[in-house]
Design a protein around this ligand. Structure first.
Ligand SMILES: Cc1cc2nc3c(=O)[nH]c(=O)nc-3n(C[C@H](O)[C@H](O)[C@H](O)COP(=O)(O)OP(=O)(O)OC[C@H]3O[C@@H](n4cnc5c(N)ncnc54)[C@H](O)[C@@H]3O)c2cc1C
Length: 412
């Protein structure tokens, strides 16, 4: 048993951003992570040769103001890398046929006849509680949405985007542009991969990290909290932050904070499998592109490392729709890339859980926040404002300020 000011459960960007704020305010902070590395969805697969490619998030923008503050504070400013020319190219895949497509080309794919007719009928008829499918079908036409836009929107949340709210909490809208930092690259990553952000931010003084710790429950203890692990260890703290995926958060809070847990249990989620592979550049002939977007395939999208080109290697993360065997994934990846399976190196499989918000998500979030008000428990993650890294960091900062004001003498 050990006493900390703050215990954070989950070492993804949400947990690390929370921990970084707490430690910056002079609070003794412990981060408990179930896996064997920091980063969560910021997962940079690193080969012995020094080459890396992303299995999860891949892009940050200069509108990510809070993330940029974290990057600067973690001493990473000099390690930011621009995402190069390939970032604006997609590769549309039909069967084994690759067709490179620029963003301008996507506009040419639209049926303008259908778009004009739909716009004439659809403008001004929107509702606040519209889904993505209904808004874009209304504005561009059902075929334009289904055939052109949908495959690209599917690539972003790695799931079916149809039922996502078109706007507001949980929507696919990224962060508002007015906060753009013109002194930073418009679209960037970090040398070593985005996981580096979590690793460097966690390395600051005042943060202890324990990996391989599966947290089972967070309970009330006096004015503070107690944290129980699967191994039977117990930690106490003045405050705790739960920064894990929604199903895990609901499980961890069920006994100690049932009202919060019930709210979180209403958040939908999807689980999907990713296969990461690296291939020697000389053996590959598929065109360079930021994404490979299939018309209809076993996977939803492939995210490449072509945006930060390397002279020797190319890297690919295949995000599959349904669980399937490693062999089936390898066979499909080899066929798409036009190489033998033996040419695939750095092979890594991961399973991810992402939120799947639907209409009414804002009300669910408000219920959770009402249940949290005034307590020593913070809950953060990608199921509040939205999926993006910046929205995770923003939620963590808001939660840190709230909990510090209520539960910690001296506040934030
Ligand atoms: C394929 C993909 C591509 C993406 N691309 C982008 C992008 O380009 N730009 C962007 O802005 N966003 C992107 N996102 C979204 C963004 O990366 C995520 O929403 C964000 O990183 C989630 O961070 P998080 O800390 O909330 O959760 P997670 O990253 O899921 O971290 C949660 C952590 O909690 C740990 N954990 C779970 N249960 C327990 C437990 N019981 N005990 C202890 N630890 C536990 C997990 O192991 C994990 O490390 C992408 C996401 C994915 C999956």
């Amino acid at each position: 048993m050990s006493e900390y000011d703050v215990v954070v459960v989950g070492a993804g960007i949400s947990g690390i951003a929370f921990a970084h704020r707490a430690a910056s305010a002079g609070r003794r902070t412990l981060v408990l992570e179930r896996g064997d590395r920091l980063g969560g969805c910021l997962h940079s697969n690193r080969l012995g040769s020094g080459y890396w490619f992303e299995l999860g998030a891949h892009t940050c923008y200069n509108s990510y103001a809070n993330l940029i503050d974290l990057v600067v504070s973690a001493g990473l400013t000099e390690r930011l890398l621009p995402r190069g020319e390939a970032r604006s190219r997609f590769d549309v895949l039909t069967g084994e046929h690759h067709r490179p497509l620029t963003q301008a080309g996507i506009l040419r794919e639209l049926s303008w006849r259908e778009a004009v007719a739909s716009l004439a009928r659809g403008v001004g008829r929107g509702r606040r509680d519209e889904t993505v499918a209904s808004r874009f079908s209304r504005l561009l036409g059902a075929r334009n949405y289904r055939e052109v836009l949908r495959p690209f929107l599917t690539a972003m949340p790695s799931q079916d985007p149809d039922r996502f709210p078109a706007s507001g909490p949980g929507s696919l809208a990224f962060v508002k542009r007015r906060r753009r930092r013109k002194d930073f690259l418009r679209s960037f990553t970090v040398d070593g991969g985005l996981q580096t952000v979590c690793e460097s931010a966690a390395a600051r003084a005042g943060i202890d990290v324990a990996t391989g710790v599966d947290v089972r429950a967070v309970l009330r203890e006096g004015d503070g909290v107690a944290i129980e692990t699967a191994a039977g260890d117990r930690y106490t703290a003045r405050a705790a932050a739960i920064a894990v995926d929604a199903p895990a958060a609901a499980r961890i809070l069920r006994r100690g904070f049932p009202e919060v847990a019930n709210g979180i249990a209403r958040v939908g989620s999807v689980t999907f499998e990713t296969l990461g592979v690296a291939v020697r550049r000389a053996t590959l002939s598929v065109p360079e592109a930021a994404f490979i977007v299939p018309k209809n395939d076993a996977f939803r999208s492939v995210v490449t490392r072509d945006v930060v080109a390397d002279p020797s290697w190319r890297g690919f993360a295949f995000h599959f729709k349904e669980p399937c065997s490693r062999d089936a994934k390898l066979r499909r990846a080899a066929a798409v890339l036009g190489v033998r399976a033996a040419a695939l190196e750095g092979v890594t499989e991961v399973t991810r859980v992402l939120p799947s918000p639907t209409i009414g998500h804002g009300e669910v979030m408000r219920d959770i926040d009402r249940a949290l008000a005034g307590g020593a428990l913070a809950v953060t993650g990608n199921y509040f404002g939205g999926l993006s890294i910046e929205q995770c960091v923003s939620r963590s900062i808001g939660e840190w300020e709230r909990v510090a004001a209520h539960a910690l003498p001296g506040g934030a």
